[in-house]
Design a protein around this ligand. Structure first.
Ligand SMILES: [Zn+2]
Length: 172
C-alpha cells in the first residue's frame, strides 16, 4: 500500500507518518494510532522515520535505515576561500612564469602559489588549482635555471651558452 505525499507527491511506502523528502505529515488510512507530535516539525533537516522495516520496492534503492538528508556543502565559507586560493595560485603561476625568465626572485611568489594551489585543491575549482600548481612548478624550475645562470654569469662573466665575454664589456 502506498501513500502519496500531499506536498511533494512522493510515494511513501509502509508505516510512515511523515514524508521522508519534505517532512510533511502524512495521514495513513490504516494507521491505528495517530503519530505523536514531533519536536522538530518545521525544521530544515528531513529525517526518514523507519520505525519498521519497509518493503524495498521503490525504483531508487537506498540502504535501509539510512536517514535522508539534503546534500549541501558542509562549510560554504571555507570552500569559497579555498576557491580563492585556486584562483590566486593560477594568477601567481601566470605572473611568476613570466617573471622567472628575468629574475630568480620569482621563485618566492611561485612557492607561495604552490601552497595556495594545494589549498585550492580542496575546493570545487580543482581545474584552476591544478593549472596554478603546474604553472608555479614551471616558474620554480625556470627561476632556479635563471638563478643558476645568474650565478654562472657572476662566477665566469658570461652565460654558459656564450663564448667567454670580451673583458671590455661589463655585463651588468
Ligand atoms: Zn513530501
Amino acid at each position: 500500500m502506498t501513500v502519496k505525499c500531499e506536498k511533494c507527491g512522493e510515494e511513501l511506502l509502509g508505516a510512515v507518518n511523515r514524508c521522508w523528502r519534505c517532512g510533511t505529515k502524512v495521514e495513513l488510512s490504516g494507521s491505528a494510532s495517530p503519530p505523536p507530535p514531533m519536536a522538530d516539525a518545521g525544521e530544515d533537516v528531513v529525517v526518514a522515520e523507519l520505525a519498521q522495516p519497509l518493503p524495498r520496492t521503490d525504483a531508487r534503492p537506498r540502504p535501509p535505515g539510512t536517514p535522508v538528508f539534503r546534500t549541501r556543502p558542509s562549510n560554504p565559507r571555507h570552500l569559497s576561500a579555498a576557491q580563492g586560493g585556486a584562483i590566486a595560485a593560477l594568477v601567481l603561476g601566470l605572473m611568476t612564469t613570466v617573471a622567472s625568465f628575468y629574475t630568480a626572485l620569482a621563485a618566492i611568489p611561485a612557492a607561495l602559489g604552490l601552497a595556495l594551489g594545494a589549498w585550492g585543491l580542496f575546493s570545487p575549482r580543482r581545474g584552476p588549482a591544478i593549472l596554478g600548481l603546474l604553472l608555479c612548478f614551471l616558474a620554480l624550475t625556470i627561476a632556479s635555471f635563471t638563478g643558476a645562470v645568474g650565478l654562472y654569469k657572476q662566477a665566469y662573466g658570461h652565460a654558459p651558452w656564450e663564448a667567454p665575454a670580451e673583458p671590455a664589456e661589463p655585463e651588468f
